[in-house]
Design a protein around this ligand. Structure first.
Ligand SMILES: [Cu+2]
Length: 121
């Protein structure tokens, strides 16, 4: 094979890998349940875990820690719980919520670009 053909093959493998990872990543979106009333959420290019499960009528503390310097993520908005908080870099910000309704609630960054989900059950 000539070097340009090798480059095409390598490029193809990289693209297939990226596509595969994208779809697999979506499937791996698994909900993490809050244990002992608290859950840690890492804010770095989005929210990890992206989906959390919390119990109805109980207070759960969501501990957000932002390690991503992107200003996009400096605010977190939990519209359904009337919460809007600034997340200083590398500092844990605890948000307590006591859901009164079952369902799936979406929260986001201040610009509504990055999203996470809270499942109340
Ligand atoms: Cu944003």
């Amino acid at each position: 094979m000539t070097p340009d053909k090798i480059a095409i093959v390598i490029g193809g493998i990289v693209v297939i890998g990226a596509v595969y990872k994208f779809f697999l990543g979506k499937k791996n979106e698994q909900a993490v349940s809050a244990t002992s009333g608290a859950i840690e959420i890492k804010v770095d290019g989005g929210y990890t875990p992206e989906v959390v499960k919390i119990p109805l009528d109980k207070t759960t503390t969501l501990d957000f820690t932002r390690t991503d310097p992107t200003s996009c993520l400096e605010e977190v908005v939990l519209g359904d719980f009337n919460v809007r908080k600034t997340l200083p870099l590398n500092q844990k910000v605890s948000i307590e919520i006591t859901p009164k309704k079952k369902g799936t609630f979406v929260y986001s960054c201040g610009m509504n670009m990055y999203k996470g989900k809270i499942i109340v059950e």
